[in-house]
Ligand binder design. Structure first.
Ligand SMILES: [Zn+2]
Length: 426
């Protein structure tokens, strides 16, 4: 008997509706709808033509400093101020407090159809390893509904904050999944890079940077990171978030930089909510957009993806944690409005991000874990345009979230329009 049978759903790349059989937490088969008349299953879902997508992969998020708006004493006007204000608030963080705010984010992720997530847990002389400890506990607690990867993240720098280097190494011994780096917030970028690359090699872990977060076209640590990645044979194992300075580089210089990033197999993570909000602020005339040059990087073969980064704090006083909000924001600000680009954006939030996180058996093909969600729309473009509810979400074939939405217009007593997405699909 099957664990789960989904009848009559549509899938990206398939012309006709399909049925999907799940067994042992994995996709067992995908066949034209109705071809298998009798397939006993513990649970059968009649999708009525809804779209089935693999689970979203959130590649870059900060859990323990989410949801801080209520306790902010001042509104920051720059990245430096955001770091300073948050640094002060961190002194009041307790483990229980971090756990509660992180959990608020993680629950929304499950409802939003996120099945894999990578977060940056901060390590500094104030928090020491408490954020890492809290998120390691949550990782275990959430294991049945969400796969969590943790980056050891030295937000305040490593060498300008005595003790941080040792805590970074201890975090790796405790079992974090990746080494973080932030060369723009330390006493010497080269020293910082040498240390984190060395740590990643020592523990056999991938690297995940916050880098070149500015409008200054001369900030090019990404090129140094690309060189070091190639020298050390770490192609495909390095992510770089922000990289907004490349948005200010002259177009004549950009292709060569993009080619070097592509050669190094570095995954570039645009963080549009934060990047657009903090970028371009110093420009009194003709403000720059403050976003990585997404389309140029894509054209040169770079795996560009996007993440939520912060939710409702000094860095980004917005956010729901829905990857579709970020897809929609990037679609408009990176000029990605065609049907093809809508598909590309959804691919970035799924397969692209899965590749960045090194997930080896991700996707909706037989043999892969059945991590997936149903959308009450007919095609992928409508996923981006409607940003609809995820009617059902599964992790390894087990139902983890269900959302129904009812919208009705009362024209008069006799005429009621039901305008829910699901109704339209049916
Ligand atoms: Zn970040």
């Amino acid at each position: 008997m099957l664990q789960l049978l989904i009848r009559n759903c549509v899938m990206q790349g398939k012309v006709m509706p399909v049925d999907v059989g799940v067994q042992g937490g994995r996709v067992e088969w995908i066949l034209p709808s109705g071809q298998v008349a009798d397939a006993p299953a513990e649970r059968t879902v009649h999708a009525n033509g809804q779209l089935l997508l693999p689970g979203f992969v959130e590649p870059h998020i900060h859990l323990e400093k989410a949801h801080l708006l209520e306790r902010m004493q001042a509104e920051p006007a720059s990245l430096q101020e955001a770091i300073r204000i948050t640094g002060e608030m961190k002194r009041q963080f307790t483990k229980e407090d971090m756990r509660e705010r992180s959990m608020r984010v993680l629950k929304r992720d499950v409802v939003n159809g996120v099945t894999h997530l990578r977060c940056h847990a901060e390590i500094d002389p104030v928090l020491k390893l408490t954020a890492v400890e809290v998120i390691l506990e949550l990782k275990e607690q959430m294991a049945d509904v969400l796969d969590i990867q943790i980056v050891a993240f030295p937000q305040e720098g490593i060498f300008q904050q005595p003790g941080t280097a040792a805590w970074m190494e201890e975090a790796l011994r405790m079992g974090v999944d990746a080494v973080g780096g932030i060369p723009y917030n330390d006493r010497d970028a080269e020293e910082h890079l040498a240390y984190v690359f060395g740590l990643a090699e020592k523990y056999g872990k991938p690297l995940d940077f916050h880098v070149d977060f500015s409008d200054n076209p001369d900030d090019r640590n990404i090129v140094r990171i690309a060189d070091m990645t190639i020298e050390r044979g770490l192609q495909g194992r390095v992510c770089a978030g922000h990289v907004t300075s490349l948005g200010s580089v002259m177009s004549s210089e950009l292709p060569a930089i993009a080619d070097r990033i592509s050669e190094a197999g570095i995954h570039i993570i645009a963080l549009p909510a934060t990047d657009l909000y903090l970028g371009g602020r110093g420009d009194m005339e003709r403000p720059r957009r403050g976003l990585a040059p997404v389309k140029t990087l894509l054209e040169r073969g770079v795996n560009v993806i996007f993440g939520t980064n912060n939710i409702r704090n000094a860095f980004t006083p917005f956010g729901t944690g829905d990857p579709l909000d970020m897809a929609w924001l990037l679609a408009q600000t990176a000029y990605m409005g065609t049907g093809q680009e809508a598909e590309q954006l959804i691919r970035m939030a799924t397969y692209g991000a899965a590749s960045a996180l090194g997930l080896s058996d991700y996707g909706l093909t037989p043999g892969c874990p059945a991590d997936m969600a149903l959308y009450p729309v007919r095609n992928v473009r409508e996923v981006l345009l409607d940003r609809p509810e995820r009617t059902q979400v599964w992790k390894r074939g087990k139902l983890t979230a269900e959302t129904s939405k009812r919208e009705q217009i009362y024209w008069d007593r006799e005429h009621i329009d039901c305008v829910t997405h699901t109704k339209e699909v049916r």
